[in-house]
Design a protein. Structure first.
Length: 235
C-alpha cells in the first residue's frame, strides 16, 4: 500500500495515472471510523496490484491530529504486509508513529551545496538517534559531474549514502508524462529501485542466477547403449 502524505500537493496518484474518489483527507477526517473495511473502501488499485491512498485533489484546510495519522498507519499495517509512505518534506510528522515505528526511513537528496547542507541539518537534528533505520538516497547521481568526492559527501551526510539513483532525466520525464511506473521499465533507474524494494522486503538486492541442465540423448546406429550427456548452462 502507498499513502501520500504530501498534503496538499501530493502527486503520487497522478504520476501513476490514477484518479481516485477518495484521498488521505477522507481517512484522516473520519479517523473515528477507521478500520480495515473502511480503509479498503477508500483505496484505488493500480494495474500492478499496488493499493494507493492519494493526496486530495483540492487544497484542504485541515490540520490532522497526530492521533489520526497514527491510527491510519496502524490500520494500514493491519491490512498490508508492506506500507510505503510518501512524506514529502513534512518534518512536522516527526511526532507521529511514522517516524518512530517505521522499519526504514529514506532521506532522498542530491549532491549539491544547498542539498548537502540541508541534509546535514536534517540528519543531525532529527535522525542522529535513528542511524540504523535511516537510509540515504542520492538522486540524479552523476559521478563524473560531481564537484565533491565520496569522502566529502559522506562527511556532509554523516555517513556514506546507501543508494545512488543514476541521473536519467529522459526516463524520469517520460515516466511522468505517460504515467508508467519507472520500476516496471528497463532502465538504470529501475534497476536500483528494484534493488531497494528487494532489500526492503528482506531479500538479496539482486536476484540469484540459478543454473539448469539440458539433457541430450545421443543414439548410435550400432547396438550400443544410449548415452546421456548433460550440458550445464547458466541462466
Amino acid at each position: 500500500m502507498l499513502i501520500d502524505f504530501g498534503l496538499p500537493l501530493g502527486d503520487a496518484a497522478i504520476n501513476l495515472g490514477m484518479v481516485s474518489e477518495y484521498s488521505t483527507a477522507n481517512a484522516l477526517q473520519d479517523s473515528g471510523r477507521l478500520d480495515p473495511n473502511f480503509l479498503r473502501s477508500l483505496l484505488a488499485k493500480h494495474s500492478s496490484g499496488l493499493c494507493v491512498l492519494g493526496a486530495p485533489g483540492e487544497f484542504s484546510p485541515m490540520q490532522p491530529a497526530n492521533e489520526a495519522i497514527d491510527k491510519l498507519l496502524t490500520v494500514a499495517r493491519q491490512c498490508f504486509d508492506y506500507v510505503v509512505v510518501d512524506a514529502g518534506s513534512r518534518i512536522d510528522l516527526r511526532g507521529t508513529a511514522l517516524f518512530e515505528e517505521s522499519a526504514s526511513l529514506y532521506l532522498i537528496t542530491q549532491v549539491g551545496v544547498s542539498e548537502l547542507r540541508n541534509s546535514n541539518r536534517l540528519i543531525t537534528q532529527f535522525f542522529s538517534a535513528r542511524n540504523r533505520k535511516l537510509q540515504i538516497v542520492l538522486n540524479r547521481y552523476t559521478p563524473q559531474a560531481l564537484v565533491f568526492d565520496e569522502k566529502q559527501i559522506a562527511k556532509a551526510l554523516t555517513k556514506p549514502a546507501n543508494w545512488k539513483i543514476p541521473d536519467d532525466y529522459a526516463t524520469a520525464r517520460r515516466t511522468q508524462n505517460t504515467a508508467k511506473p519507472v520500476a516496471l521499465q528497463d532502465s538504470p533507474i529501475s534497476k536500483v529501485i528494484r534493488q531497494m524494494a528487494r532489500t526492503a522486503c528482506g531479500l538479496p538486492a539482486n536476484r540469484e542466477k540459478k543454473g539448469f541442465f539440458l539433457f541430450r540423448k545421443e543414439f548410435w546406429s550400432s547396438p550400443k547403449p544410449v548415452r546421456e550427456t548433460a550440458e550445464a548452462a547458466e541462466g
